[in-house]
Design a protein around this ligand. Structure first.
Ligand code: CP3
Length: 354
C-alpha cells in the first residue's frame, strides 16, 4: 500500500519541510527542533483545557487531542507537532483495563503475569482507532506545512507496564518472565507489537509524516536480552508501517549500549538520550545515521547562559552526524518554564541563518 494522494507527504505539504528533509538524511538551512512531551503538562493552556477530563479520555477526544497537539506549535514555533496521545492508548482500545494516574503513570487493573493471562488478551484486531484517526486528520488539516509525528510505544516498554501492572524502577517482573517463561514472553511481545504497530499505522495513514517508536525503558535490558528477546518484536511493530515509506525514529532512555541494535531493526533516525554526547553516539553507529537529541532536560531549569552553551555544544556535536534534529534527551519536565523552550527554538533557528 502507498500513502493516500491527499496525505501531506504525497501532496507536497510536508515532503520538503526541514524535519522530513533532515529525517531523510539531508542538511537544510536550519536544524529542525521539537521537544519530546512538548504537548502537555508544561503549558498553562494545556492544564486549563484538561480540567475535568481524564488523560486517556482527552487522548480519545479528537477536538481536544488536536487542540493540545497544536498548542506547542503555535507557542514555540517548533518544526514538528507530535500527536497528543499515549503509548497505552492502543492497549485501552484493544480492551485492556488501563488508566493513567496523574503524577504516577499507566496502571493496569489486572497485570499480565502468566501464559494464561497472555492467552486471554483481547485480539489486537478488535481495536478501533477511529478516534485517533479523527484526531490526526483534524490536526493535520490545521498544520499546513508543519509535519505531524505519529508515535507508538515499543513492545518491551508496553510489556514493562503490562507485566508490572504500573510504573517500576527495574522492570524486574518483566525481565524475570522473559527468562522464566520465554514462550509467554514472546507471545506477549508479539501481541504488543501488533497492537502498537496498528496504532502507529492508523496515525500515519490519517496524515502523520513520520513515526517515532518509544522504547523508553530499554535501558534496563542487557544487550543480549535486547537483541534476542526484544528487538525482533520491535522490528515486527515497525513492519506494520514498512509499506508506507515514512521516516522512522527510534528512541530509548539509557540506550547507549543498545544504540546499534536499536538502529539495526531498520529505522532512519536514532533518538539519543542525554547520557552520551551526539558525537559518541554517531561513532557508535558507524557515522552514517541521522540523529535526534539530546539536550539534558535537567538544564532547562539552569540559568540561560548555561543552557545556551549546552544547546550550542549539542548542535556542534550533532554536526558529526549526516543530519541532526535538535530535541531533548527525554521528555519536557512538567515544571519547565515554557518560555525557555521558545528561546531554544529561536537560538537553534538563528544558528542556521549565520
Ligand atoms: O510528546 C508529546 O507531547 C505527545 C504526547 C505523549 C504523551 N505520552 C502524553 C502524556 C507522548 C509521546 C507520550 C509517550 C509516553 N507515555 C511514553 C514514552 C515517552 C517517555 O516519556 O519516555 C511513556 C513511557 C508513557 C507512559 C506515561 N504516560 C507516563 C510515564 C506518564 C507520566 C505520568 C505523570 O503524570 O507523571 C504518562 C501520562 C502522560 N502522557 C501525560 C501526558 C501529557 C501526563 C498526564 C497529565 O497531564 O495528567
Amino acid at each position: 500500500m502507498t500513502l493516500p494522494a491527499t496525505h501531506p507527504l504525497s501532496d507536497g505539504r510536508t515532503s520538503d519541510s526541514p524535519l522530513v528533509t533532515t529525517y531523510r538524511g539531508a542538511r537544510g538551512a536550519v536544524t529542525p527542533v521539537w521537544f519530546m512531551r512538548q504537548a502537555g503538562r508544561s503549558l498553562p493552556e494545556y492544564r486549563e483545557l484538561r480540567v475535568g477530563t481524564r488523560m486517556l479520555d482527552a487522548c480519545l477526544d479528537p477536538d481536544l487531542a488536536s487542540e493540545i497537539t497544536l498548542q506547542p506549535v503555535r507557542r514555540h514555533g517548533v518544526d514538528a507537532a507530535i500527536f497528543f496521545s499515549d503509548i497505552v492508548i492502543p492497549l485501552r482500545l484493544a480492551g485492556v483495563d488501563v488508566d493513567i494516574e496523574p503524577g504516577r503513570g499507566p496502571v493496569l487493573a489486572a497485570p499480565i503475569r502468566t501464559a494464561a493471562d497472555v492467552a486471554a488478551l483481547p485480539s489486537p484486531s478488535a481495536a478501533d482507532f477511529s478516534a485517533v484517526e479523527a484526531g490526526v486528520a483534524r490536526t493535520v488539516a490545521q498544520l499546513g506545512t508543519t509535519p505531524l509525528i505519529g508515535f507508538a510505544g515499543a513492545p518491551f516498554t508496553l510489556a514493562a507496564y503490562l507485566v508490572e501492572g504500573g510504573p517500576s524502577k527495574d522492570h524486574l517482573r518483566a525481565r524475570t518472565m522473559m527468562h522464566a517463561d520465554p514462550d509467554a514472553w514472546s507471545a506477549l511481545l508479539g501481541w504488543a507489537a501488533e497492537v502498537t504497530g496498528r496504532f502507529l499505522r492508523a496515525q500515519i495513514l490519517a496524515g502523520a509524516s513520520a513515526g517515532q517508536l518509544f522504547d523508553s525503558w530499554v535501558g534496563s535490558l542487557s544487550v543480549d536480552d535486547y537483541v534476542t528477546r526484544v528487538a525482533p518484536h520491535s522490528a515486527a511493530a515497525l513492519a506494520e508501517i514498512a509499506d508506507l515509506d515514512v521516516p522512522t525514529v527510534h528512541f530509548g532512555v539509557g540506550s547507549g549500549e543498545v544504540l546499534k541494535p536499536m538502529h539495526d531493526i531498520g529505522v532512519d533516525v536514532m533518538g539519543v538520550d542525554w547520557r552520551i554526547p551526539l558525537d559518541v553516539a554517531s561513532s557508535r553507529l558507524g557515522g552514517g545515521v541521522v540523529l535526534q537529541g539530546n539536550v539534558d532536560p535537567a538544564l532547562l531549569a539552569a540559568p540561560w547562559p548555561v543552557l545556551e552553551a549546552h544547546v550550542l555544544d549539542v548542535l556542534a556535536r550533532g554536526r558529526t552526524a549526516p543530519a541532526h534534529v535538535l530535541n531533548l534527551g527525554h521528555g519536557v519536565p512538567p515544571e519547565t518554564d515554557p518560555d525557555v523552550l521558545t528561546r531554544i527554538v529561536e537560538l537553534v533557528h538563528a544558528q542556521g541563518e549565520v
